[in-house]
Design a protein around this ligand. Sequence first.
Ligand code: ATP
Length: 217
Amino acid sequence: MTNETMKIPQATAKRLPLYYRFIQNLYASGKQRVSSAELSEAVKVDSATIRRDFSYFGALGKKGYGYNVNYLLTFFRKTLDQDELTKVALIGVGNLGTAFLNYNFLKNNNTKITCAFDVDPNKMGTTIGDVPVYHMDDLEKYITEENVQVAILTVPAPVAQIITDRLVSAEVKGILNFTPARLNIPSSIRVHHIDLAVELQSLVYFLKHYPTAEIAE
Ligand code: ATP
């Protein structure tokens, strides 16, 4: 992110990719403007939050006109560094890891898994979804040589921290952690944690206990 966008609150920043995807679709369909109500309906964020978020982007919607799609598209592209490809490494080519390798992230944004790593001799040396799978011994080498900035962790939880320590030494900037392990990392590195089992359990819990409640964004 550029310095200019540093002042965007984190909650707003998290919604950026969501807005970006919708604005891309609008642009592709030839729409030149969009109202906060339309945006709200499409991305399921209330329109007051959208107006506040967009004011951070310098996008001030005009009454009766809405927001300029072109302006928003340019802003999101620049802010999310979409003009530059971010290379991603995937560690752990199990069921989940394999699914990610087969998924084309480039469709929606400018990130690409360029290399994968595993300890299983049956997986090393193979190519899945165009992505080569390398030996864990070569982790630091490829991360440095290919200037990989982000790593996706889909390994068993007990080995997550030791691999994280290696990723930190290899100077990755961010880790998307799909393991249930809570990782110790220096404050200079960002970790986003997605525990699918917990998310699913939480959804089921909410369905049971708050069946008709409004969901706060
Ligand atoms: P998933 O949890 O993605 O469904 P799985 O059940 O197929 O995967 P896991 O045991 O969770 O398998 O392991 C995920 C992958 O991580 C496997 O391919 C395994 O070989 C790999 N793996 C295990 N230990 C390490 C390690 N220390 N370094 C790198 N990869 C590892």
